[in-house]
Each structure stands twice: as structure tokens, then as C-alpha cells.
Design a protein around this ligand. Structure first.
Ligand code: PLP
Length: 395
């Protein structure tokens, strides 16, 4: 199999496996047992890991809360702000193209109230349509219209998991803070793939997940505050008092050490990796463009604008067949027809329809994600197979 689905997940880097293994075997102490050396050793390893993560995303070390991944981080951020006893504003503003992990939390919050009994109101911000020069980017004028003095929280992802559009976070932050609201950013596809500086971008709550940057699954973090202003969260998992009461439960030193080392390697390799990955993505597109009749790009045009699209991302639309059929006819290549979490449902991508594509166009679309361990030979072989299977299907 040739794996071209790195937005769904990435393989664990062998260097990361080496770093975590001792904590699964001889260094098994409970990091919350400070009465003996085994516990203290595990605690120190976690503290060091949290300092590494905090330095990379530029937040105070005590603001990093370890979670089971991005879905939990987003739940903690959105529910945590809106359900805090001192939250005085009932409005949550969220972008149309967020991951279901955020949209479904917002939907659920809509059935709840803030502490004073007022119903939570959720409003959705548009993105620019697919034929616009800023295709898939958040519409900042619309954001400005929606955010007001009743808004507690704005929720905008940094890089889209389906069509790779990178949001103008400084402008989003400015609009949010002018209204006195807080900003949550789902940076799941960006942390480890680009520079993410939560303080400079002025992001109050930052979500990330280790399995998107060559770490293990089911570990991530939420950075709560960047030092610029106070962020109050109501915990969602209580009991045990760990992580200053914000998220109870015994921490797993192996996965936290792995997450920190994965992030460190990702940042050390960032410049080389992103150049090489962008070159392979461009090769993938060139070959598909030449071999698949009528194929088009969904999302930002990376041939002219390299800075507004994730390096490894390619989302394309076919003229005559559905993405599902292309995937079934090319079983040796791993790619996808939408976000992994919604691909079990037969729904067209909400991200593509939010950009104004029809349901039929969305169903004729697929996503590729090129990653660290892909080679030029793999791209050549994958495109040969994809072009051949497409020819067979269109007859
Ligand atoms: C942008 C985005 N947010 C959230 C998630 C959920 O991540 P996790 O698997 O860590 O819960 C994903 C995973 O695909 C994602 O791409």
C-alpha cells in the first residue's frame, strides 16, 4: 500500500517509539506518586515534556493540559468556556468548515444555557466560495459582523483537514479580542506542520493531537491561555485533581514523552520536510492533471499561493465519477473521500458544500495527504495506478 492519507493520521516516527519505550517497560512509575523515585522520575519526564511542548507553541508551561487528543481538547475548550459559572456571554461563533469534533460540540451546546439561564446561541461564519481567490478561507467581513459584546468564544481552525486552507489567524484574533471574546483555534493539522506561536498569534485556547505529527494516537493537548489574558474553563473530567483540577486522571508518561519528542523532531525537520512534501504534492498534482481528464483542484490554488495551503494537501474534483468509486478501484493507494471521522457516513463533505460546491461535486472529490516518509517513487507509482483505474472507470 502507498499511504497518502496523512491528514487522517501519520505513522509513529521510529525515533518517537524509541523515546517512549522505556516508559512502557522499566520506567513504569505513577507520575502522581511523589513518595518514591519511580514516581518522581516519571513526573520529571512529564514536566520536561510539557516544557518542550510549551516552548514550541510559545505558551507558559503550566498552560498545557494533556488530553486524549483533539476531540477531547475541543470539548474542554468549548464546553469549558461556555459552561463556566462566570461566563456572562451566551454566544459562540464558529466557522462553517470546522471539523465535526467542533461542530457537533457547538450543536450540543445550543441545547444548553450559560450559568444565568440564557440559552447558548451558536452562529456560523461563512468561508469564501470555491471560485474566489481566497477559496475556503474564512470570510473576515462576515466574522466581523457576527462577533459582538455577547460573544464569549470564537472557534476557528488554523489549517483545514480536507482542503488545507490556512486561516488568517492574526486578523481572526484581532476581531475576536476587539469584542472582548476569547479565541479557540483547532490547530490539529498545523502543529508540527508549520510554525504555530500561540502568543504571537494571540490564540487563547490551542488544540493539537500527537497522531497528526508522527506521535502516537489518543494523546494531545489543549493550551489554556498564552499569558496575554485570563482564560477560565470548567473542567469536563473531574476526580483525582490532576492537571490542577482541569482534567482528572493518571497521566501516561510514555505517550506524553512521545508527543513532546514527536513535536521536537517535527520542528527540527520542518523546513526540509515541508519543502520536500510540497514538491511531492506538486508532482502528484502535475501527474494527475496530465493523466485524469477534467480533474480540478478544490481549495486554495497552491500553484500560485504557497502560503495559504498546507504543504502536503491536495483535494481534487473529478468530472465523471465519484471519489468512492475511484478509491474502490485503486485499493493499493490509501486516500480518502472526506474527513476520516465522517467517512463512515455517506454524506458529502460539509467543507466542500460550505465552499459552494454541489453535493454531486463534493461526492466527486477526494483528498490526498502527502507525508514525511513518502518518496518520489511512491508518487510516480501511485499516480500510474490512479490514472489507470480512472481510465478503466470512465471507459
Ligand atoms: C482538524 C481536526 N480537528 C480534530 C480532529 C480530531 O482529532 P483526534 O483524532 O485527535 O480526536 C481531527 C482529526 O482528523 C482534525 O483533523
Amino acid at each position: 500500500m502507498i499511504y497518502l492519507d496523512h491528514h487522517a493520521t501519520t505513522p509513529c516516527d521510529p525515533r518517537v517509539v524509541d523515546a517512549m519505550l522505556p516508559f512502557l517497560t522499566e520506567q513504569f512509575g505513577n507520575p502522581h506518586s511523589d513518595s518514591h523515585e519511580a514516581g518522581r522520575f516519571a513526573r520529571n519526564a512529564i514536566d520536561q515534556s510539557l516544557r518542550t511542548i510549551a516552548a514550541i507553541v510559545n505558551v507558559p508551561p503550566e498552560s498545557v493540559v494533556v488530553t486524549s487528543g483533539a476531540t477531547e481538547s475541543i470539548n474542554l475548550a468549548l464546553r469549558g468556556v461556555m459552561m463556566h459559572p462566570r461566563c456572562k456571554r451566551p454566544k459562540l461563533v464558529i466557522c462553517d468548515t470546522e471539523h465535526p469534533a467542533a461542530l457537533e460540540v457547538a450543536e450540543d451546546l445550543q441545547r444548553q444555557t450559560i450559568a444565568d439561564g440564557r440559552a447558548i446561541e451558536v452562529v456560523r461564519v461563512r468561508v469564501h466560495p470555491h471560485d474566489h481567490s481566497l477559496a475556503g478561507q474564512i470570510d473576515l467581513d462576515h466574522l466581523q459582523e457576527l462577533v459582538d459584546d455577547q460573544t464569549a468564544l470564537v472557534c476557528v481552525m488554523m489549517a483545514n483537514n480536507e482542503m488545507g486552507a490556512i486561516a488568517p489567524m492574526p486578523s481572526v484574533a484581532e476581531i475576536t479580542h476587539q469584542a472582548g471574546a476569547l479565541l479557540h483555534c483547532d490547530a490539529t493539522q498545523s502543529v508540527g506542520r508549520m510554525q504555530v506561536d500561540a502568543k504571537r498569534l494571540d490564540i487563547d485556547l490551542l488544540t493539537a493531537s500527537a497522531h497528526k505529527f508522527y506521535g502516537p494516537k489518543s494523546v494531545g493537548f489543549l493550551a489554556v491561555g498564552n499569558g496575554n489574558r485570563r482564560v477560565r474553563l470548567r473542567p469536563q473530567i473531574v476526580g483525582g485533581g490532576q492537571q490542577r483540577g482541569l482534567r482528572g486522571g493518571t497521566l501516561n508518561p510514555a505517550s506524553i514523552v512521545a508527543m513532546a519528542s514527536a513535536l521536537q523532531f517535527a520542528m527540527e525537520d520542518l523546513t526540509d520536510d515541508s519543502k520536500r512534501i510540497a514538491r511531492l504534492r506538486n508532482l502528484l498534482w502535475q501527474r494527475l492533471k496530465d493523466g485524469v481528464e477534467g480533474i480540478e483542484i478544490n481549495g486554495p490554488d497552491f500553484e500560485t499561493e504557497t502560503t495559504t495551503r498546507l504543504a502536503g494537501n491536495l483535494n481534487v474534483r473529478l468530472q465523471r465519477i465519484e471519489g468512492e468509486a475511484w478509491m474502490a478501484a485503486t485499493p493499493e493507494i490509501a486516500f480518502s473521500s472526506g474527513s476520516a471521522c465522517s467517512s463512515t457516513e455517506a454524506l458529502p463533505s460539509h467543507v466542500l458544500t460550505a465552499m459552494g460546491l454541489s453535493e454531486s461535486e463534493a461526492r466527486r472529490s477526494v483528498r490526498f495527504g502527502v507525508g514525511r516518509f513518502n518518496t518520489e517513487e511512491e508518487i510516480l507509482s501511485a499516480t500510474d495506478q490512479l490514472i489507470a483505474s480512472h481510465r478503466k472507470l470512465v471507459g
